[in-house]
Ligand binder design. Structure first.
Ligand code: SF4
Ligand code: SF4
Ligand code: SF4
Length: 272
C-alpha cells in the first residue's frame, strides 16, 4: 500500500487544484484538465516506482501531446510564453496564466523542473534525438535565454501598444510559428552541440522563470554520502550535467535538474 501513497498523493494535489479552479472559475474545463494531467502524472510516478523503463516518456507523451494538440491546436489556446504575456496584459487569470502559475512559476517551488522532465511538448520531441547525454563541453551561451525571453515580451507588448485588431488570431498563428521555430532551433542545436537538451540549456525563455524558482524546490535528488563510492556513473548519465553528488543548493547546474531519475536508476549503490 505504501508504494501507492506518492502517486495517490500527487493525484490528490492535482484534484484539489482541479476542484478549486472549477468552483472558483465556474468552468468545468478546469476539472477535466487538471484531473487528466493529475492522472497522467500519478500514472508516471506509479510506473517510476515500479522501475518501468519508459515511465517518464509515457507521461511526457500523455501530457505533452494533450497540451500541444488538444489545448494548442484544437482549442486554439496559446500556452507558450507569448500566451502567458497575452493573458497577463489582458488582466485575466485564465488558460496560459494558470498554466504558468502552476507548472512554471510556483509549482517549481515544490517539484522543481518536473515540467521539463515529464510534460514539455518541446522536449517531448527533442528527447527522441540521439544525444541523450551531452557529447561535448558545455557552452557559455546561457545568456541567450534572456534574449528570447525579452523578444517574446516585446512582441506581445508591441501588439497591445499598437492596438492591433484580431489579436487572438495572431496569438494562434504565433503559437504555430513559435512551436515550429522552437522545434527547428532545438533540433539544429541538438545536432550542432551533440546534446538533445541544448535548447533547454541555452535558448528556452521559460528557464528564466524555472531556474530561480527550482533553486528552492522541495523535491530534490540527494546523495547519501555513506553509500556513495564516487564511481561517477550518476554524472555520466545526467542529461543536464548536474553535480548530483553535491547536496548543496548551489551545486553546479543544480537548477537544471529535470528529475528524469537517470542518475537514480544507474547508481550501483542506491545512494541517490
Ligand atoms: S527548458 Fe524549456 S524547452 Fe526545455 S523542457 Fe523546459 S520548458 Fe521545455
Ligand atoms: S540525471 Fe539526476 S541530476 Fe541529472 S537531471 Fe536527471 S534526475 Fe536530475
Ligand atoms: S552513481 Fe551512486 S555511487 Fe556512483 S558517484 Fe553517483 S551517487 Fe555515488
Amino acid at each position: 500500500m505504501k508504494k501507492y501513497a506518492l502517486p495517490l498523493g500527487m493525484f490528490a494535489v492535482f484534484e484539489a487544484v482541479a476542484v478549486a479552479l472549477w468552483l472558483t472559475k465556474h468552468n468545468l474545463f478546469y476539472l477535466f484538465n487538471f484531473s487528466y494531467i493529475g492522472l497522467a502524472v500519478s500514472l508516471g510516478v506509479f510506473l517510476l516506482i515500479g522501475r518501468h523503463k519508459h515511465a517518464r516518456r509515457i507521461v511526457q507523451l500523455l501530457v505533452g501531446l494533450y497540451m500541444l494538440v488538444y489545448l494548442g491546436l484544437i482549442c486554439r489556446e496559446n500556452m507558450q510564453i507569448e500566451g502567458f504575456w497575452y493573458y497577463l496584459f489582458t488582466g485575466v487569470f485564465e488558460a496560459a496564466t494558470i498554466h504558468y502559475a502552476v507548472a512554471k512559476i510556483f509549482g517549481p517551488l515544490i517539484f522543481g523542473r518536473g515540467w521539463c522532465g515529464y510534460a514539455c511538448w518541446t522536449a517531448m520531441v527533442l528527447d527522441f534525438l540521439p544525444y541523450k547525454t551531452p557529447q561535448g563541453p558545455r557552452r557559455k551561451i546561457g545568456w541567450l535565454r534572456y534574449l528570447t525571453f525579452a523578444a517574446s515580451l516585446i512582441f506581445v507588448a508591441a501588439l497591445f501598444l499598437a492596438k492591433v485588431g484580431q489579436i487572438e488570431r495572431i496569438m494562434f498563428a504565433a503559437f504555430i510559428i513559435g512551436n515550429l521555430v522552437y522545434y527547428a532551433a532545438g533540433i539544429a542545436l541538438a545536432f550542432a552541440f551533440k546534446d538533445n537538451r541544448a535548447f533547454c540549456k541555452y535558448l528556452c525563455p521559460i528557464t528564466v522563470f524555472l531556474k530561480p524558482m527550482s533553486y528552492f524546490s522541495l523535491l530534490r535528488i540527494k546523495c547519501d554520502k555513506e553509500k556513495c563510492v564516487d564511481c561517477g556513473k550518476c554524472k555520466k548519465v545526467c542529461p543536464m550535467e548536474v553535480d548530483v553528488t553535491d547536496n548543496s543548493r548551489k551545486r553546479c547546474n543544480g537548477t537544471e535538474c529535470i528529475l528524469c531519475m537517470e542518475c537514480v536508476k544507474n547508481c550501483p549503490k542506491d545512494a541517490l
